[in-house]
Design a protein around this ligand. Structure first.
Ligand code: PLP
Length: 452
């Protein structure tokens, strides 16, 4: 495409399209046209490694012809079918069956959605509905500071990330959502140090439930690894502790696996790291590896039994047959091609290199995360752990330099998160050689940062 046409597209985009997480009336100027494997290409023909699987959703990379064919075939046969009024379609049923094979034991009952926010929204609704079937008044939802659960109004109310970003312009958010300290050890909200802290943040959940009144708390909703906050994994004791607390106080445990699900952390679902099984689990992104917008909510038998005979609110595109066909093929590939095993193996390789080579750098404060959901914390000073002042534009400059060198990355910004963390979350099909290429690009950029 000639320069003039490209510039016209960029200008029209800036003038007419409202982008997420970018100032209205502007664009970055990057227009992506095609992709293959872990690479995408812009309309000028320049190729980039997709270092974060876009929004940590392009789990199988680009150009998976089998998924394309499955979706195309289904679109020709039946492009849409509602799931309202008890109506079904074969791919949706097949998708449910496959999900049941992959989800943790007992999470065998599903409601389909079109994405992550719809899944988490449905989860809060199901949790409250569950308690109402018991004649209970339990309605409060406890979540973590710096968590991200989407942008529907319920999700915005649950989000602890953002320093007000998700409630600004949407507020007041919904009453009954309570926030407690997260498990971000590098920026411990309780001013403690792991492991001497005894994982006080996990025990704080019990304190919160008691103070709120256990008979008012419906659910605890939690990411198994903070994603949007920059790939922050909990200490290993965290989930076993909160899982026990939830069971003790009759609070439903809702685990939000929208980003972590389908191999991202080196297990099919992140909860498998700690052998815990939630009552409700939300998924999206990886379910179709971003070949179609789709999500699901999985519930256990206890919740399903209570809801039986009740009527759910739902979405026009719940159980969309094309999305379901794409999901069936995607899940087949995860298992057949040992994608989860690859994420674990290559993720360990990447983390070992990042820890050995990046952590000693003067402006890298922390390396964290599980599998291929890794975070690199950029600090202005290792002692204070403080980010660079926003007005210095350090992170945008780092990302721009990477982009110029052919690597697309994104970062959690200290504008909305505790620190600046580069999200190192490439497609799960990535090889160790391709990890080396990412690292070769990033290293000189990060080693060039000077502490304050
Ligand atoms: N939950 C988690 C944990 C997420 O990471 C996200 C998105 O990043 C969502 C929910 C929202 O998903 P969506 O953007 O598909 O609505």
């Amino acid at each position: 495409m000639i320069e003039k046409e490209v510039n016209e597209l960029i200008q029209w985009d800036a003038d007419h399209i409202l982008h997420g997480a970018f100032p209205v009336g502007q664009t970055s100027g990057l227009i992506v046209e095609s992709g293959e494997g872990i690479y995408f290409r812009d309309i000028k023909g320049k190729e980039y490694i997709d270092g974060t699987a876009q929004l940590t959703c392009v789990n199988l990379g680009y150009g998976q012809q089998e998924i394309v064919d499955a979706a195309y075939k289904q679109m020709q046969k039946l492009q849409y079918c509602t799931t309202f009024l008890g109506i079904s379609n074969p791919p949706m049923i097949e998708c449910g069956k496959r999900l049941a094979q992959l989800t943790p034991e007992g999470l065998d009952y599903f409601h389909f959605t079109s994405g992550g926010s719809e899944s988490t929204e449905t989860a809060y609704r199901l949790a409250r509905f569950y308690w109402s079937t018991k004649g209970s008044q339990k309605f409060k939802i406890i979540s973590l500071y710096d968590s991200y659960h989407g942008i529907a109004l319920g999700s915005c109310s649950a989000n602890g990330l953002g320093r007000g970003f998700f409630s600004r312009g949407a507020g007041p958010t919904i009453p009954g959502f309570i926030h407690i300290p997260n498990y971000h050890c590098y920026h411990c909200m309780m001013g403690l140090k792991y492991p001497g802290c005894g994982v006080a943040c996990a025990h704080f959940l019990e304190e919160a439930i008691i103070r709120e009144g256990a008979d008012t708390v419906a659910a605890f909703v939690v990411e198994p690894e903070h994603g949007t906050a920059g790939s922050v994994a909990p200490p290993p004791e965290y989930f076993p502790i909160v899982s026990k607390i939830c069971a003790k106080h009759d609070v439903l445990l809702v685990v939000d696996e929208v980003m972590t699900g389908f191999g991202r952390t080196g297990k099919m679902f992140a909860v498998e790291h700690w052998n815990i099984i939630p009552d409700i689990m939300t998924v999206a992104k990886g379910i179709t590896a971003a070949y179609f917008p789709m999500g699901a909510v999985a519930i256990n038998q206890k919740v399903h039994e209570a809801l039986k005979g009740g009527m759910l609110a739902s979405y026009t595109y719940s159980g969309h047959p094309v999305g379901a066909a794409a999901a069936v093929k995607t899940m087949e590939i995860y298992v057949r091609d040992k994608i989860v095993e690859n994420a674990a193996k290559v993720g360990k390789y990447a983390k070992d290199r990042l820890e050995a080579e990046f952590k000693p750098l003067p402006c890298v404060g922390d390396i964290g995360g599980l599998g291929l959901m890794l975070g690199i914390e950029i600090v202005s000073n290792k002692e204070t752990r403080k980010p660079f002042p926003l007005e210095m534009n350090v992170i945008p400059k780092v990302l721009k330099q990477a982009l110029e060198a052919g690597l697309w990355m994104r970062a959690a910004s200290s504008r909305i998160a505790p620190g600046d963390r580069i999200c190192f979350t490439p497609p799960l099909i990535i090889t160790t050689e391709q990890i080396d290429r990412m690292i070769d690009i990033l290293y000189p950029i990060l080693s060039g940062l000077k502490p304050l």
